[in-house]
Structures are given as C-alpha cells and as structure tokens.
Design a protein around this ligand. Sequence first.
Ligand SMILES: [Zn+2]
Length: 543
Amino acid sequence: MKVTFLGAAQTVTGSCFLVETGDKRFLVDCGMFQGRDEELNETPFYFDVKTIDFVLLSHAHIDHSGRIPKLVKEGYTGPVYSSKATADLCSILLPDSGHIHEMEAEWQNRKRARAGKEPVEPLYTAEEAQQSLKYFKYHFYNDRFSVDENISVRFRDAGHILGSSIVEIWINENGTETKLVFSGDLGQKNQPILRDPSIIEDADYLFIESTYGSRTHEAPEGRVEKLYSIIDKTVKRGGNVVIPSFAVGRTQELLYHINKLKEDKEHRYLKGVKVFVDSPLAISATKIFEENPQCYDEETLNLLKSGDNPFEFEDLYFTRTTEESMKINEIKGGAVIISASGMCNAGRIKHHLKYNLWKPECTVLFVGYQAEGTLGRIIKDGVKKVKILGDEISVQAEVENIEGFSGHADRDGLMEWLEGFSVRPGKIFVVHGEAESSMEFARSIRERLGIEAVIPKLGQTVEIKGESIKEIEREAKPAGKELEKVKEMTTKIMQMKTEFMELMEGIQQDVAAGSVRVEDAGKSIDGIYEFLQKYKEAAATKN
Ligand SMILES: [Zn+2]
C-alpha cells in the first residue's frame, strides 16, 4: 500500500494523509492549512476527489476537519467516519468555518471591486459546510468496525479535545494484515473532563504528532489557585476579569474549574461573582459537551452522579444574542467574561477588551497560546496603547497569564505514550510539528526506543510492503509538487516580512543613535521605496 503525506508534514496544520491499498483509496483527516500555510487551501486536491472511497477523521479541530466541505463541494459523496462527539462538534465548527470564509471573501471582494478586479469565491460557504455534514457516520470509542471485507477501523480516546481519536486501521492485502495507527493529536494526562490518551497495544506503522516534540510544558500545579486569586483580587478592587478563550475545550475547562471553586462546600469561593460565557460558538460547544458524557473521565462522571453538573452553577450566564452581549458592557465590576476568539483577532472579545482594557481595576487574563501578530499577543507583550474596533485604547488593566493550559502532550507525554505499546511499532512517521520539533522528537525516538523514525516531506509518497518500506517517485500530478512550491514561497515571504521589519527598525535606531548619517539612511530608504513602487505598478497592470 501507499501513503502520501498531504498536510501536517513538517508543519502543524492541514492534516491529511492519503492511503491507497490494492483496491481502496481513503483519507485520514482533511484539514485546513492555517497561518503561514493558509495559501495551500486554495491549491487543488492532489487526488481526484471522486476516487476517494472514505474519510477517517481523528477530531473536530479545523486543521484536521476544515477541508471536508471543500471535498464535498468538489463531488465527494462517500462516508466520513468519526467518533460521535467529533461529528457533533463538526456540526457547529464546519458551518462556522464556512461563515468565516464567506466574510473573508466579502472583504476581499470589496477591495477587488474598487480595483476593478473579478470577485473571488469563498473556499466554501456555511451552507456548503452544512451540506457536508450528512456524510458523517459516527462510531463510539473502542468499537472496531469493518469498512469493507479488507479494512477495519477503531477509534480510541486521544484525550485531546472532546471526541478526539487515535485511529487504528487494519488492512488486509493479499492475505497479509498490516496495522496502521494514526495518533491524531494527543492530549496531556490529568486534564479535567477528558480521559488520558488510550494506550495502544501494537502497530506495524505509527504516524505520530509532534507539536511539542521538543518542548516540555510548565507544570500545571497551582493553575486553579492562580485563576482563583486573579478573579478574587480583581473583583475585590471593583473590576471585571476578561478571559479570551477558545470556544471549544478551553472555555469548558475554565467552567469546570470555576464550578469546582464555587461549589466547594466549605469555602464557597467566588460567591456572588457573575460568570458570562459570551460566544455563540462556545455556548453551542458547551451544550455538545453536556450531550456527550461518554467522553468524560471518572472524576467528571462522579461529579455528575453526585448531582453537580460542571457546566451549571450559580450566577453563570450564557449570552447568545447580541443584545445580551451588549448588556455586559454596562457591568462595572464583579464579573468574569469568557469570550472568543481565543487570540482576540475576531469576535465579541474585542468589544469586551474595548470596554475593560482602559480601566486599571480590571484584568485581562490569557489562558492560551497567542500567535505572533494577533491582538492577544500584542496585549500580552505589554503595549501601552492598542487600536480596537477603530478606537485607540490605553491599556490600564492588569494583564495576567496562566501557563500550562494545553491540549497537547509535551515531549515527555508523547514519549510516555509511545512507551505504552506492548509490541513496539516497526516504523514511526513523525508528523504534525514544525520541522525542528519533529526532528528533535524523531531523534529522541531513535535514541531512547531504538525504533526507526522518519520525518516525511509534504507531498511525499511512501510504499509499505510488509516489513519493507521505500520512498517512491511522486506521481506526475502537479498538485503534490505545487504544494511544496507554494509552501516554500510562503515560508520565504514570512521570513522576508520579519527581515524587512528588522531592517527598517535597524535603520531607525541607527539614525536615532547617530551611528549613520541621515542622508545615507535616506538614500537606502528611497532605493527600497522605489523598488516597492515599481513592483506595485507592475502587479497592477498585470491584473
Ligand atoms: Zn487538535
């Protein structure tokens, strides 16, 4: 059989693997490329969509599921197998993603219309995403099911987000059975609500994620205490706590912790503090959490049995409508406002920042990763003034950060999971990580476990035959090579962006320090400026 790496190879997004057996072709994940690699979403699929027999989906995160609507839009009509909670979460996340694509296209088209250019189409619409949902077929964890007479599949709990799965696949080719295991994204142990990642017994070939393959997380101890003390001190001085949070996962985790504090029989912490979940997506996601208790760990199940629903407590408000959301702006103090997006670049959180960021009695609390260039990162890095929704806001509120909230196992966690195999995998493909992270993790695997570990390239195909494995020529289809070219180019552009900024700042600093003459600096700037203008003119006449 052949496996082609069409995403999440030396990068973290766009997870997609094409597996071809004697008579079947299927995908494991069909995710969206994000951030630096976003452009790759526009490239045509490497394969003929109509020749794909089925899709196996590890979990609902958009970088694993986000191109399923594109697949259906282009004519795919086969089943998408996933766990039940994954299918449920996709029913809100995929239409939401479609909505974002529509808004992006609309924004671009306004610009293009002004420049007299043809409009562009969104990758897919909310409606098209809705259409793709009818192809989902779910199975519960640990239930081995046959896709056909030669292929069977089992989803195991990956402990990463609700419904996240490790995918076990048994493939029979000419009487020989080969077992592939795709780790999907693996969670951290001892997280609230979710169980720890399942231990897998054996695999011939393992495809493992390596997001944190070269790093270790800060110990999670003290996180809840810190959460409590930040809310407590802010409320006592008359302010609100604004928490930018991802709608799925992190929001529910926060509610779980706040519920425990509030329902502590002895202390009744945070009594009277109002908690708002102000994000329609987060509210829908919380409902899906409540509808899927089969995914809970023992502690959460016991909590439920004792009559305590972790997503229900005194003074908790879910504000779905815009009117309800705007009413929160009138609250001067004593409230915790959990809102999305988690990195503050879109959504209702921007309004809450606008109303609270300039007040010294308030706190903005970060509980998740803030990517470079996002509003969240800028605030977290400590700027004094930011522009939000057209207004300049002075940052007076306290900015706090709690580390250690992460949906991904770190290097030690991944290694511990690997050591759990009773029969070790014959060969390991390290995927879903930046090149450096994957490389370091592959080295750890080789050194500590003595298993051959390789890092596939984007677009690469390998042939697997029993014990042997060999890299084969990429088929003469352009899309595979195209993927690599576009990726190379976008990487270069990102690099140039940083270098350009550094160069400009450098010149500015040199001039300020008097180490370079103003005239000389001016000449360099004029040269660069002239080049940019020429390029812009050339581009304008071409389009
Ligand atoms: Zn994920």
